[in-house]
Ligand binder design. Structure first.
Ligand SMILES: Cc1ncc(COP(=O)(O)O)c(C=O)c1O
Length: 352
């Protein structure tokens, strides 16, 4: 048998395209159209390259303390990693270690099945209802863990805290991971439930509301017990946390939450007028609580919408998957960008 036959076979997650053309309107990866806090810029200007000769603080202590204060948790409840994708991946490796399948909704962040395949974790996708909502009753059977994002990518829908609590109540023997990548936009978080449920793990990111996708900073919040176990696994893999610059940038960002909230408000205002305007054109849009909208229309398939926008240098996201192939996900950009998208969509609808 050749060494090539023994290579681990995986089907990698394909992230949104990073276009080469400058004039593209890039609305495909839910990035923030506004820059991060000026305090972040100040950190970058003051970076002393000599310090890079040393390893970073392995526990990111200062950042961890600031995050604990920010979320009013104990430091032992905070885990820091290179983007929430890494935090999620390590969480799957740590907590989803059972013969029973992990449960996830069938419309959710497509990276979850990829992690399961990588680590050989069985999983079952539970159908969402016709309005893309999760049903607590689907999460009652024996399982090896539960994962979903709230609000959901790609639908933008946020489930209420009582549904999350019901799922936790029914699953005290499993770890339940709630991926809150977009919670800064919804203003709702499961963090208050951490006091009550030791098996709850919440992941957060600096990539969306905090405009720091490029720095790769993600966080897990959980019980001290669960976070300790997550660090054990991470430290068996890479004992350094995140790089020195990311630690300082994260700290600067968390110290300027007002700027983040101001950008969130701007994005929500843009999302609100854009959603109403596309609905007037005949599109259906979900009740998004995020920095993107999820829309469809009768006249064009998701693929056609995607292609027609792409040809006009507007990149959005579309999945050829059952249940969502009629839909496209459009990240909320600046007002100017969204006006251009709206102009294009209204021309398209007139043609139909
Ligand atoms: C639901 C969800 N979780 C996690 C991530 C990953 O974010 P990060 O940049 O922190 O790795 C994304 C990114 O789009 C996302 O949509």
């Amino acid at each position: 048998m050749s060494w090539k036959d023994r290579i681990r076979k995986v089907e990698p997650y394909v992230s949104g395209e990073q276009p080469k053309l400058e004039q593209m309107i890039k609305l495909n990866t839910n990035e923030n159209p506004y820059p991060p806090s000026e305090k972040v810029q100040a950190v970058l200007q003051s970076v002393n390259a000599d310090k890079l000769a040393l390893y970073p603080n392995s526990d990111a202590e200062t950042l961890r303390t600031a995050l604990a204060e920010f979320w009013q948790l104990d430091e032992s409840q905070i885990f820091i990693g290179n983007g929430s994708d890494e935090v999620l991946s390590l969480s799957f490796l740590t907590f989803f270690n059972s013969d029973k399948p992990v449960f996830m909704p069938d419309v959710t962040y497509p990276f979850y099945p990829t992690y399961c395949d990588l680590y050989g974790i069985k999983y079952v996708k539970q159908a969402v209802d016709a309005d893309f909502h999760i049903q607590a009753k689907d999460y009652v059977a024996e399982n090896g863990g539960i994962i979903f994002c709230n609000p959901c990518n790609p639908t933008g829908i946020s489930e209420p805290l009582d549904l999350i609590e019901q799922i936790l109540e029914q699953n005290q023997e499993s770890v339940v991971i709630i991926d809150e990548a977009y919670a800064d936009f919804s203003g709702q978080s499961a963090i208050p439930l951490l006091d009550k449920y030791e098996n709850l793990l919440i992941t957060r990111t600096f990539s969306k509301a905090r405009s720091l996708a490029g720095i790769r900073l993600g966080v897990a919040l959980g019980s001290s017990y669960a976070i300790g176990k997550l660090y054990d696994v991470k430290n068996s893999f890479n004992s350094y946390c995140v790089d020195m610059i990311a630690q300082e940038i994260g700290l600067a960002s968390i110290q300027d939450t007002e700027q983040m909230l101001a950008n969130v408000d701007k994005i929500i205002a843009t999302r609100t007028w854009f959603s109403k305007a596309v609905e007037k054109l005949g599109f259906v849009s979900t009740d998004s609580q995020t920095n993107f909208v999820f829309i469809r229309c009768e006249q064009f398939s998701g693929q056609t919408l995607y292609d027609r926008m792409y040809n006009k240098h507007i990149i959005v996201r579309y999945w050829d998957k059952p249940g969502i192939s009629d839909w496209v996900r459009i990240t909320i950009g600046t007002d100017e960008q969204m006006k251009q998208v709206l102009d294009f969509l209204s021309k398209l609808m007139r043609e139909a």
